[in-house]
Design a protein around this ligand. Structure first.
Ligand code: PEP
Ligand code: MG
Length: 537
């Protein structure tokens, strides 16, 4: 038996076979030197790609829904695009190997699409690139990532959002990665899927490849390879206990979250996509307290268009019906980077251009997002919230832009609602100034992850500083109490959407402070409801 540690991001125990994910190491394409042979190779690759994509399309339809599956369909159509096929043929005539011709022509088209003054075509840039990479892989004999049938624990150096999106979620028992932080996409996905997972672990990929059984204890942050009898018995007992706890919580499904003395608390879910919204409804959430919009921007090569954003927000609004949905505007920067925005590399990204700061300096990015939210507002009960606010003027500027865009949309004959605008309180400045911000905001939601980082001056990404990253620090508690008091005095509601919102030790304390909403990974909602319902407060 081998054992090691990692940073646990969701409690529970998983036991099963390990599958190691490695990014494909591409072999170099070799040209035969004969254009006719290369063209024949290319034609055969197109047929293989067509078969792969049509299988993927059927799978995506079932797992992700018609709309996401359409991405695959677009790529299938591109395989027949005469301009692309002619471009490849020309490159082959000129002496290029089939694989290089497929890749370079794809890149040329991707760049042309990205430069067009048309949002739909901009979005196709990533599709043509993806499709040409597929042809390249086929021509180079790269078979890609082979997943086994059945359930497994996924081990990787790290997982990018574009990679996690393609995973068969229902088969994954746990993630164990060597990198990633507790707020990484892998961690957030693990919480959304309710699977015990470890990031920043000391697991070796080679060892995981040769082990028969891998076990993860998400309570203690421990992994075991081929556990001995005694360890296995201990893990199985923990697993049974966790299953029994989960079953007991089912008694709270469908109940109102109300304390014994009648305080009503909204227990909401943190989500990143319309699919997560469906899972949140299944987990009996009373709303969405944080939709992390940046997941609509990650794992792609171009900015999402206003229409794409609108569709995602509309879908979430419709799935949630009357339940409130707090949409956080783009929070790119710091740990969440996208290459296509052309943001400069910073010495100190956590203190750099991030969150609302990007939105207020790059209006071309903010505008389509706000327009999309306003357009979607008539399809649900949407609220909007700005991240990384530090000054009252920032909130006023963002609100003014919202008002301007709403007027613009009305002029265009597009119906919108008066969407309540709130502040994500996650900088010490916003916390201290909560009474001032409350005059301008419709609600507060506290991002305890960043508020802890900025108050204690401890990088939340740096695992070596774990013992200094203390979200229960008295300074944090004082700020949290001040934020709730300021909100209550101003007559607005306050919630918590950082990781601390899901902490059962804190639930009653937050209610006592005056918070009326707690937003968390959907899988934690019933546990929180039990505490609320049993509370004497
Ligand atoms: C937070 O900072 O607490 C938060 C919820 O936002 P994120 O983790 O996405 O920064
Ligand atoms: Mg934050």
């Amino acid at each position: 038996m081998k054992t090691g540690i990692g940073l646990p991001v969701f409690p529970g125990v998983s036991i099963g076979p390990a599958v190691v994910y490695r990014k494909s190491e591409r072999t170099l394409p070799v040209s035969s030197g004969d254009p006719a042979v290369e063209q024949a190779k290319f034609n055969a690759a197109v047929e293989t790609a067509r078969e792969q994509l049509s299988a993927l399309f059927e799978k995506a339809k079932v797992e992700l829904g018609e709309e996401k599956a359409a991405i695959v369909e677009v790529q299938m159509l591109m395989l027949d695009d005469l301009d692309y096929l002619d471009g490849v043929a020309l490159a082959i005539e000129g002496g290029a190997a089939a694989a290089i011709a497929a890749l370079d022509t794809g890149e040329e088209f991707a760049q042309i699409f990205a430069a067009m003054d048309d949002e739909y075509m901009n979005a196709r840039s990533a599709d043509v690139r993806d499709m040409s990479h597929r042809l390249y892989d086929i021509l180079c004999g790269n078979t890609g990532f082979q997943l086994p049938e059945g359930s497994f624990l996924l081990v990787a150096e790290d997982l990018a959002p574009s990679e996690t999106i393609q995973l068969p979620r229902e088969n994954i028992l746990a993630f164990v990665t060597r990198q990633g932080s507790s707020s990484s996409h892998t961690a957030i996905l693990a919480r959304t899927l309710n699977i015990p997972s470890l990031v920043q672990s000391n697991i070796e990929l080679e060892d995981a490849e040769s082990c028969q059984i891998l076990a993860v204890d998400g309570f203690t942050g421990t992994w075991y390879m081929d556990p001995d009898e005694q360890t296995m018995a201990m893990l199985k007992a923990k697993q049974a206990e966790a299953a029994a706890d989960r079953a007991a919580l089912e008694a709270y499904r469908g109940r109102e979250s109300i304390t014994k003395s009648g305080r009503k608390i909204i227990l909401a879910a943190n989500i990143g996509s319309p699919e997560d919204a469906e899972a949140a409804v299944a987990a009996d959430c009373e709303g969405v307290g944080l939709m992390r919009s940046e997941f609509l921007y990650l794992g792609r090569d171009t900015l999402p268009s206003e229409d794409e954003l609108f569709e995602a927000y509309k879908q979430v609004g419709q799935i949630m019906g009357e339940r409130p949905v707090v949409i956080r505007t783009l929070d790119i920067g710091a740990d969440k980077q996208v290459s296509y925005m052309g943001l400069e590399k910073e010495e100190n990204p956590a203190l750099g251009l991030r969150g609302l700061r990007i939105c207020l300096t790059r209006e071309e990015i903010f505008r389509p997002q706000l327009r999309a939210i306003l357009r979607a507002s008539v399809y649900g009960n949407l609220l909007v919230m700005f991240p990384m606010v530090a000054s009252v003027w920032e909130l006023k500027a963002a609100k003014a832009l919202c008002a301007k865009l709403r007027a613009e949309l009305e002029e265009e004959g597009i119906e919108t609602k008066d969407v309540p605008i709130g502040v994500m309180v996650e900088t010490p400045a916003a916390a201290v100034l909560a009474h001032e911000l409350a005059k301008e905001a419709a609600f507060f939601s506290v991002g305890t992850n960043d508020l802890t980082q900025y108050t204690l001056a401890v990088d939340r990404q740096n695992a070596k500083l774990d013992k200094f990253y203390d979200p229960y620090h008295p300074a944090l508690m004082a700020l949290l109490a001040h934020i709730a008091k300021s909100a209550n005095e101003a007559g607005i509601w306050a919630g918590i959407c950082g990781e601390l919102g899901a902490d059962p030790k804190m639930t009653e304390k937050f209610i006592e402070m005056g918070y009326t909403e707690l937003s968390m990974a959907a899988g934690r909602i019933l546990e929180a409801r039990k505490i609320v319902c049993e509370s004497e407060l």
